[in-house]
Design a protein around this ligand. Structure first.
Ligand SMILES: [Fe+2]
Length: 134
């Protein structure tokens, strides 16, 4: 990647492609061809052993959803972005990080969701997804 902007564009294209393809990010993670494009606690693929520092950790407190990636942050290696999506691919929130930030984001959601998907993108270790059942 030539620069941060180009990298962000490519990560958005990947995320949008998953949504456009109707891929429910984590629920299908273990059993579909789409699982080659992202990783999860159960599907670590070529990044085997990196789930603890890359799979997003989600906590829900009422209507407040917090996503945390337990990953170190440096200019060379950091979490670029979090997204919170519904099972139909609706984006409920997104946060972009700089290497100086902590990879924690919080979103207010409205009721009615039964499952959500938290996405975390590492600049070196690709896209990781965690499913949240409410
Ligand atoms: Fe990483």
């Amino acid at each position: 990647m030539k620069n941060r902007r180009e990298f962000m564009k490519s990560s958005l294209v990947i995320s949008a492609g998953l949504v456009a393809a109707g891929v429910a990010p984590a629920s299908a993670a273990e059993n579909t061809k789409a699982s080659i494009f992202y990783y999860s606690q159960k599907n670590q693929g070529r990044w085997e052993g990196k789930a603890q520092s890359h799979a997003p950790v989600v906590t829900v407190d009422g209507n407040k959803v917090t996503i945390e990636t337990k990953h170190s942050m440096s200019p060379e290696h950091y979490i670029v972005k979090h997204s919170l999506l519904t099972s139909t691919g609706e984006v409920l929130g997104e946060s972009v990080f700089f290497p100086t930030d902590k990879p924690i984001s919080t979103y207010e959601i409205s009721g009615g969701h039964k499952e959500l998907f938290a996405l975390s993108f590492c600049n070196l270790h690709d896209l990781w997804v965690s499913e949240i059942t409410l």
